[in-house]
Design a protein around this ligand. Structure first.
Ligand SMILES: *Cc1c(COP(=O)(O)O)cnc(C)c1O
Length: 392
């Protein structure tokens, strides 16, 4: 038996599934999910307000250590609003990685800004601080811009020397739950006065130097989609330590309605990005299990790592100084042909596996965005395959 057939056998054994299809990541409902959802239904508060929404937001604060958490309808909307609150405006540019799920670029585009795609590091699969610094040094100048209404108040802001556009934010993404080099990225960003918004959609339960992902940038966005570590069908959350941003985030995601016993007044263009209480009920029950899920997933990742070591396969490990949730396990193959061979074989055998994303600039709507050489991102696109990662 070759090593790939042995891998199939190993995965089938682990999931005690000798024949049936094994998905890449399926949800696990083993706690209070049914009880809480039934309770939400009984209360009739199934929609945009309710106790479970408040409880969910509190739980997200407790888990991440962020001062404030705002529930949203999905991760994409969380990221969209986080970018808007970071100050991203129409005509701006936002630096991110091309090696990401499409939602990262879409959220940037919703603000009217355009993504600038910089390369990733191989060991984190996330935005490279070295590339970031070199690119900023070469392409960005700080200009004094009038701030506020007073003539004497100026602020130094970063502009792309080639396009003349303002660089309004940097969005690193924690690929498959493995944290990027946040310290370096934030230190560089601070020197250029650029806010960092973390796309932490995949990294609930992941820590960078003992701090939860999503909390180092001025805002962070999480997802509770069906394929994520914990899910509530669909859902998202914004986290921040900034009281004012938290207040606006809640306001703008709930149609910007001015509180009043009966009048409908709205003081800005808001969004209906609320997480329904029904979903929040599910989310609360799932969050109660997050710790156990992450232990379970790390244990499985550890076993896979050992297997790979013994079978000359390259398993992707968490970067140094981090504790990953190992949302999706990944192996790195020799080249694109080998990758295609593995994808074909495992999927044919009913063990679901997927390639890493196609780089975002290859999509027609982002083809004209600025990008650098993408050496590492392309290298990873040619080699990375995700293998089943559900809680066992
Ligand atoms: C899942 C995901 C999102 C979006 O989350 P949804 O809840 O599906 O809208 C955003 N960014 C990344 C990197 C993701 O993996």
């Amino acid at each position: 038996m070759d090593k790939y057939h042995q891998l199939i056998k190993f995965i089938r054994n682990a999931y005690s599934t000798p024949e049936a299809f094994i998905p890449l990541h399926e949800p696990r409902f083993s706690g209070n999910e049914k009880a809480y959802v039934a309770d939400a239904i009984d209360s009739t508060f199934v929609s945009s307000v309710g106790e479970y929404v408040n409880r969910f937001e509190q739980m997200m604060c407790d888990i991440t250590g962020a001062k404030y958490a705002i529930a949203t309808v999905n991760g994409t909307s969380a990221l969209h609003v986080a970018l808007q609150l970071a100050g991203v405006e129409k005509g701006d540019e936002v630096i991110t990685q091309a090696l990401s799920f499409i939602a990262t670029a879409n959220a940037i585009n919703y603000t009217g800004a355009r993504p600038v795609f910089l390369d990733v590091d191989r060991h984190t699969m996330g935005l490279s601080p070295v590339t970031l610094e070199l690119w900023l040094k070469k392409n960005v100048e700080l200009k004094e811009v009038k701030a506020g209404s007073s003539q004497s108040n100026t602020q130094s802001q970063p502009f792309n020397k080639i396009t003349g556009r303002r660089i309004a934010a940097i969005v690193p993404m924690h690929t498959f739950g493995h944290p990027v080099e946040l310290d370096d990225i934030i230190e560089i960003a601070n020197r250029y006065n650029i806010p960092v918004v973390e796309d932490a959609a995949e990294s609930l339960g992941s820590y960078y130097k003992n701090e939860h992902t999503g909390t180092r940038g001025i805002l962070g966005a999480f997802s509770f989609n069906g394929n994520k570590t914990v899910t509530c069908g669909g859902g998202g959350a914004i986290v921040t330590n900034d009281e004012k941003l938290a207040r606006i985030a809640k306001h703008i995601t709930t149609t910007a309605k001015v509180p009043h016993p009966y009048e409908y007044t709205h003081d800005m263009v808001g969004y209906n990005y609320r997480m329904p209480n029904l979903n929040a009920a599910l989310a609360c029950a799932q969050l109660e299990n997050l710790k156990d899920f992450v232990i379970n997933k790390r244990n499985w990742a550890n076993k896979l790592e050992q297997f790979c070591q013994n079978h000359e396969l390259d398993f992707i490990k968490e970067p140094g100084n981090t504790k990953s949730n190992y949302w999706l396990n990944a192996i790195c193959l020799k080249n694109r042909d080998e990758r295609d061979k593995v994808l074909k074989l495992l999927n044919k055998e009913g063990v679901m596996c997927r390639p890493i994303w196609t780089l975002l600039y290859k999509m027609p709507m982002y083809a004209d965005c600025f990008r650098d050489e993408q050496t590492n991102a392309q290298w990873l696109e040619d080699r990375i395959v995700n293998i089943p990662s559900s809680v066992i």
